[in-house]
Design a protein around this ligand. Structure first.
Ligand SMILES: Nc1ncnc2c1ncn2[C@@H]1O[C@H](COP(=O)(O)OP(=O)(O)OP(=O)(O)O)[C@@H](O)[C@H]1O
Length: 333
């Protein structure tokens, strides 16, 4: 069954101000697909998920799960499972009871539920915590318990709102894989909101890039990365924002920092000065101010090639690495 969002509109009125959280969203998460949503803070990602879950009524638009129009259906009857940024667990129930509560409520056999709880808890590495209470867990552990509760059964649609936000880097990597595996085995559409671009690239079958209540582009992560449809997408999607250099009245050239070469002054290219060097593990981020432009260029280089602040350098790139955008509309040429 697919999830379809058609013309979703939502305006909030907050202290005299009108905020368009959703400005007409059309989006589909296909059966068995993991659709990742990325976008700056306030772009409407959580509002969209909450609308699908039935926690936020839409001003206009429809939500369909398979052929079923669930737009007016209360949250409890949509068969949508959701994990929030802040995992909400029942404080007076043990971890095991929290994970199994939905299944028990549906009247499943106690022994069968216990076995299922154990199995899903092992997958998410919380099996050693089954006897604890939610108040005795770390943020990341609570998050994994909330995930386990969702993944214990097969809902029609699964929604994840930054479930890995408070999980450390190593576990995050493992859980990304786990979520993919569980999602494939559930075979249902899953919509996953994240701020983590690497996660979006790694996990998504497709990625929807949102800004100001709109979907700017929706395609495979590889396609969005290789051919961002607009300057805004180029800035939002990718491990680092794209460099955007106005070249003439009508055109802006976009360059991924990983495609910018920084060389000694003798080499050909545009001359400039290094204004910032930031270590990033095996690599470094180098900011260069070209002599003939006001826009700094960000480059990602191996740490072994790191220059020093104040160095005179030249920057260059291959013509095929340039992205061209219309300076007025922001659209890809
Ligand atoms: N209950 C509310 N009342 C008024 N405005 C709201 C309400 N909920 C959200 N908004 C506004 O709607 C817009 C979209 O919010 P939303 O939480 O969907 O963004 P988001 O993309 O999930 O952001 P973040 O990445 O920071 O979680 C924001 O401008 C926000 O301030």
């Amino acid at each position: 069954m697919s999830l379809r969002i058609l013309g979703a509109h939502k305006v909030f009125h907050a202290r005299g101000a009108r905020v368009t959280a959703l400005g007409g969203i059309d989006l589909e998460a296909r059966d068995g697909e993991l659709l990742v949503i990325v976008g700056p803070s306030g772009s409407g990602k959580s509002t969209l998920l909450r609308a699908v879950a039935g926690l936020e009524p839409l001003d206009a638009g429809r939500i369909l799960i398979g052929d079923r129009d669930v737009t007016g259906v209360p949250a409890g009857r949509r068969d949508v499972a959701m994990v929030f940024q802040e995992a909400a667990l029942f404080p007076h129930l043990s971890v095991a009871a929290n994970i199994g509560i939905g299944e028990r409520a549906r009247g499943s056999d106690r022994r069968a539920v216990e076995a299922r709880v154990r199995s899903v808890a092992e997958t998410l590495a919380v099996d050693h915590l089954l006897g604890r209470m939610p108040g005795e867990l770390s943020g990341g552990e609570r998050q994994r318990v909330a995930l386990a509760r969702v993944m214990i059964r097969v809902p029609a649609v699964c929604l994840l709102d930054e479930p890995l936000a408070s999980v450390d880097a190593e576990l995050r990597l493992r859980m990304r894989g786990e979520i993919r595996t569980v999602q494939r085995s559930l075979g249902v559409p899953m919509v996953h909101v994240t701020h983590d671009q690497v996660e979006a690239m790694a996990m998504g079958d497709r990625v929807a890039v949102m800004d100001a209540g709109r979907v700017l582009q929706c395609d495979t992560p590889a396609e969005v990365y290789a051919r961002p449809a607009t300057m805004a997408v180029a800035r939002i999607f990718g491990p680092l924002p794209m460099n955007l250099l106005p070249v003439d009245e009508g055109t802006v050239v976009g360059l991924r920092p990983e495609r910018v070469r920084v060389c000694l002054p003798e080499a050909g290219g545009r001359a400039g000065s290094v204004v910032e060097v930031e270590p990033a593990g095996e690599e470094c981020l180098v900011r260069v101010k070209p002599d003939d432009a006001n826009t700094d260029l960000l480059a990602r280089l191996p740490w072994s090639d790191a220059p020093t602040v104040g160095d005179r350098v030249t920057v260059s790139w291959r013509p095929q690495d340039e992205h061209h955008f219309n300076a007025t509309t922001g659209e890809r040429r």
